[in-house]
Structure formats: structure tokens, C-alpha cells
Design a protein around this ligand. Structure first.
Ligand code: NAD
Length: 340
């Protein structure tokens, strides 16, 4: 774990167990260089404790880059709670997590992520003020989806020469909080949707509501389409899966889509344009960060509207230097984080 922390330049890792509630959690603080570390909380099952810690470390690094490129005065962090099937009182578990977060004295501010909701954040808020995405503050997923939708248009413009989504075939992997809201916007814009989810109920709903074509989860990545939009979990793009892709671009909400940066080079070699995840999915962070600072909806919307132009700049930079947009985004983020 120290090697991973060193290679990702992670500042600190905080572990907590609370036998009374069954809480087993890890908080990674990647950077506080530009402000307190902000990041979501995952509540998922992991094959082992190391995987949970690595997930937190990698995701926290992404949050630092995301905040920096979005021009937000925050660093990056992430909370991971290891899902325990025997937990009887979920509210008590998240209240215990709130006490753990409170003990960090504002160095980490939490929000929702995969497996958690505004209700869980309300429970955390019983024990700490260092929480966003409560019921009162609002679920950031809609704003994440708005950013991804605008990012898909920018990606389509850069790769296909048009941002008109009418008839564009978009494969949405994962119809959760972000994926479903994204599918709704894509459908409204006239896109032809191919969808998959591990939950058949969500797929059925998308078929009924958006006239979406269902594809088996294992088949979606190799299905011919214009844009592949990963909106499930991370690490979907690895040495094998990248060769299966039959699309012009990858642009979706999932964090940490690439298993390694070399995968971005493979995408580039295959002529597939990659929209860096921590730029295209920054809408949720922009919403919670600005909301936490007391900003009004008008200024949040204006800030969100900068996502497509930021992507377009990165695409242009990447094209000029014949490099992957992922490498350009990382270089720009590291310049912002480490050179001041
Ligand atoms: P979610 O848990 O609500 O939804 C994820 C969905 O993906 C679930 O329905 C799940 O069944 C499905 N899924 C998982 N693996 C799949 C697979 N292999 N094939 C098909 N479907 C699969 O999560 P969410 O909040 O919608 O977030 C989705 C992704 O976007 C995550 O990677 C998250 O970290 C990232 N993200 C979310 C936000 C946000 O505001 N919620 C912001 C930025 C990034």
C-alpha cells in the first residue's frame, strides 16, 4: 500500500472499524494543497481489504485532478466503506462514519458515490458538518449527468465533426444515478441508445422510457456504436477490453475507467477518442463544492457549462502533440496541483 501511496503521491490513509455498527472504512486523503480534500463515499463489497484501500487511494488522486482542472479550491479524497451483508442498522453505520470523518477536523469532506445516497449523507450529518449531498443540499448525480451529456456533445464534435446527437448510437454501460439521467438526456436529444446494467429492472425501464435497445452486460463493450459511455464502475478499459471496442469515442461518467495510462495510448492508436473521466464527470463535484461554499444555482450552472470547452481544449492540445487526451489531462492537472 505504501508503494501505491508513493506512486500516486497520496498524503495519508485513515482506517476505521466500529464493531458496534459493523463499520469498516478507509478514507484516503490525496492532497490538501488547494483546500480540504473532497470526495464521495463508496459502499460496496470488495474481494479483500487491500482492494478497498487501493480503490480509495486511486479514486482520491482522481478527485484532486478533478478539483484542480475544474478550478475548485479543494483537494482530493475518497471514503470507502466495505459493504457488510450482516449490517442491521445502516443509519447507525453511517452515523459512525460521520464520527470518523469528524475526527479528521474538516480535512476531508464527504459526498455520495456508488452505493450511497442522500439518505446516507443525512445520517453522516448527524455526526459531522463535513458532509455534502444531503437531502437538503441535493443529489449531485443529475449535475454529473448534465456535465457528461455536454461532454459527449463536445467529444462528438471533436471526433465526428458534429455535436448533433440525433441518430448517434450511444452505448450506456450502467443505468445507475448518473447513467439513467444521462440516458434520459441522450434520448431527449434524439440519440439511439444501447444499454446494459446488472439490474434487469433498470434496463427494462430504459427500454420503456427511452426506447433503448438492451444488450447483455458482457456484450456491450464490443457492440458497434459511435460513443461508448461507461457509467458503471471503474477499470472497464484494460488491455483486452480496449481491443473489443467498436466505437469512435469513449465518454462516460465512471471514475478511473483506464486500468493504466498505457491503455489511453492503445485507444489513441486505435483512433478512439477518449474523454478524460475526471474532466467529463466533474459536474457532480462542481455542484457539491460550490453548494458547500453557498453558491447559487446560477453560478453553479455557469461553472458546469465550462466542462465541454475544457474538454475541447484538451482534445486540441492532444491532437497538436499527437498524445492521448488522458496524458494531456494528467499533465495539466499535475502542473496545477504540484507547481504552486
Ligand atoms: P450507481 O451505483 O448509482 O450506478 C452504477 C450502475 O452501474 C448500477 O446500476 C450497476 O448495476 C451498474 N453496473 C455496474 N457494473 C456494471 C457492468 N459491468 N455492466 C453494466 N452495468 C453495470 O453509481 P452512479 O452514482 O451512477 O455512478 C456511476 C459511476 O460514475 C461510478 O464510477 C461513479 O464513481 C462515477 N461518478 C458518479 C458521480 C455521481 O454524481 N454520482 C460523479 C462522478 C463520477
Amino acid at each position: 500500500m505504501f508503494a501505491l501511496m508513493q506512486s500516486t503521491r497520496t498524503q495519508s490513509l485513515h482506517l476505521c472499524i466500529d464493531p458496534a455498527t459493523g463499520l469498516k472504512a478507509v478514507i484516503a486523503i490525496h492532497s490538501e494543497q488547494h483546500g480540504p480534500a473532497m470526495g464521495g463515499c463508496r459502499y460496496l463489497a470488495y474481494p479483500d481489504d487491500d482492494s478497498a484501500m487501493s480503490d480509495a487511494v486511486r479514486l482520491a488522486q482522481g478527485m484532486t485532478y478533478k478539483a484542480a482542472l475544474a478550478g475548485l479550491p479543494f483537494g482530493g479524497g475518497k471514503a470507502v466503506v466495505i459493504r457488510n451483508p450482516h449490517v442491521e442498522n445502516r443509519a447507525a453505520l453511517f452515523e459512525a462514519l460521520g464520527r470518523f470523518i469528524d475526527s479528521l477536523d474538516g480535512r476531508f469532506i464527504v459526498g455520495t458515490d456508488s452505493g450511497t445516497s442522500t439518505v446516507d449523507m443525512d445520517c453522516i450529518a448527524q455526526s459531522t458538518l463535513h458532509v455534502t449531498s444531503t437531502s437538503a443540499a441535493g443529489d449531485p448525480s443529475q449535475h454529473s449527468a448534465m456535465g457528461v451529456f455536454a461532454g459527449i456533445r463536445a467529444t462528438s464534435m471533436a471526433r465526428l465533426g458534429s455535436d448533433n446527437l440525433e441518430g448517434l448510437r450511444v452505448a450506456v454501460q450502467g443505468l445507475g444515478n448518473v447513467g439513467y439521467a444521462l440516458a434520459e438526456q441522450l434520448h431527449a436529444a434524439g440519440a439511439d441508445l444501447l444499454v446494459s446494467d446488472l439490474d434487469p429492472g433498470k434496463v427494462q425501464l430504459a427500454m420503456e422510457q427511452f426506447n433503448a435497445h438492451p444488450i447483455a452486460p458482457e456484450a456491450l463493450i464490443g457492440t458497434p456504436c459511435d460513443i461508448f459511455a461507461p457509467c458503471g464502475l471503474g477499470a472497464v478499459l484494460n488491455g483486452q477490453s480496449v481491443m473489443q471496442l467498436r466505437c469512435a469515442a469513449v465518454a462516460g461518467s465512471a471514475n478511473n475507467q483506464l486500468t493504466t495510462l498505457q491503455i489511453a495510448d492503445q485507444l489513441e492508436n486505435r483512433g478512439i477518442l477518449y474523454a478524460p473521466d475526471y474532466i467529463i464527470n466533474s459536474g457532480g463535484l462542481i455542484y457539491v463544492a460550490l453548494k458547500h461554499q453557498g453558491a447559487d444555482l446560477g453560478s453553479i450552472t455557469a461553472h458546469l457549462a465550462r466542462i465541454p470547452s475544457r474538454l475541447t481544449e484538451v482534445f486540441a492540445h492532444a491532437q497538436a502533440e499527437k498524445r492521448s487526451p488522458a496524458r494531456v489531462a494528467q499533465m495539466l492537472a499535475e502542473r496545477l496541483v504540484y507547481s504552486t
